[in-house]
Design a protein around this ligand. Sequence first.
Ligand code: NAD
Length: 397
Amino acid sequence: MEKIRLGIAGLGRAFSLMLPTFLGDARVQLVAACDPRETARAQFEADFDAPAYRDIDTLAQRPDIDAIYIASPHQFHAAHTRIAASHGKHVLVEKPMALSLAECDDMIDSCREANVHLIVGHCHSFDTPYLRTRELIASGAFGDVKMIHALNYTDYLYRPRRPEELKTDEGGGAVFSQAAHQVDIVRLLAGSRATRIRAVVGNWDAQRPTEGAYTATLWFENGAFATLSYNGYAHFDSDEWTGWIGEMGQARSADEYGAARRKLSQVVSREEEARLKAAGTYGGDAYTPASKTRGVRRHQHFGPLIVSCERADLRPMPDGIVVYGDERRERVELDAPAVARAEVIDELFAAVRGNAAALHDGAWARGTLEICLAMLRSSAEQRDVLIGEETSITRES
Ligand SMILES: NC(=O)c1ccc[n+]([C@@H]2O[C@H](COP(=O)([O-])OP(=O)(O)OC[C@H]3O[C@@H](n4cnc5c(N)ncnc54)[C@H](O)[C@@H]3O)[C@@H](O)[C@H]2O)c1
């Protein structure tokens, strides 16, 4: 097997969450990285005996890299994708794909012109319980999808943030960061094009002036409809309804209550908060590698979700899928993952080595961003927004 030789652009939190995958999956070899943070570069060079540069231009010039994982802040995704593609590198770019549909089009065009694959992830729609639920639906055994409810209550808004993460205009807030997961999962399960959305966002803390919550109703061409709700204000935590298995598949305890707010209450300025975020991530003083946390990991997830089909309700869980049929309730067991997020490498490897079309390609992820942008617009204008008709932009190329 020829490994994928991977370069990393951005050694922050997203990278630290993918690192156990890169370390655990034999199909990947980390070759080099780039990050403006000196401490992160030093850590990478020490950990991998491989070079870390200041900028992506130098990284992308290396002939021994097949693909670049772009895990820089959202506002750089488009430019970094263009640079990677222009050097003939396949691209795995973090969610959200970008901040505008024009940027998405530019990314899709650059990758198409360079004849490289563009995959957007990690996103929780890669999680096995959702992919298997999608297969169960596609088997036809339960009839058409009629309704989906997705809900997630977290401490999202009270984790340490960079200043732009608290400004919706600059890509901050729960819609760009969190709906990017939830919308992607719901679209995947609905199996149809979204046609209309009505949404309202909640912006309730003047100290953190971006939306920390939203709720939306989304309609699909096949007649299915969905509600998506998110609350990142760090009170109720919906992991309580998922057997205290956390988003990363880790065991959690109800005793952690209030930890994010307590930690943040010590911080006095935005600069200090950004430093705190950097300190807790790769190369920082307070960094704890995910591989060092103990306990059996289950599948990752994005909160409680139920899909109602004509003849059954399906509930994906971190360790199985419960099917509530007409006559009986059944459980499809899912083995604990050997390597977290290996599903991302499955898709990347199939694309790079097998030239297979990716499920989470640029066109797919553009569709998710289009819905996220429509969500913000529906809330601002207090009306239904028609997806496509009102949200598409004229392509310049
Ligand atoms: N899929 C997930 O579970 C997940 C989780 C967290 C973040 N993310 C995504 O990852 C991206 C980064 O977010 P984060 O939370 O890791 O932020 P972060 O601040 O922790 O990390 C970003 C890193 O990029 C570096 N960086 C900044 N400018 C750069 C540049 N020009 N070139 C290269 N590196 C640069 C920073 O120094 C930092 O190390 C975002 O798009 C976010 O949505 C995804």
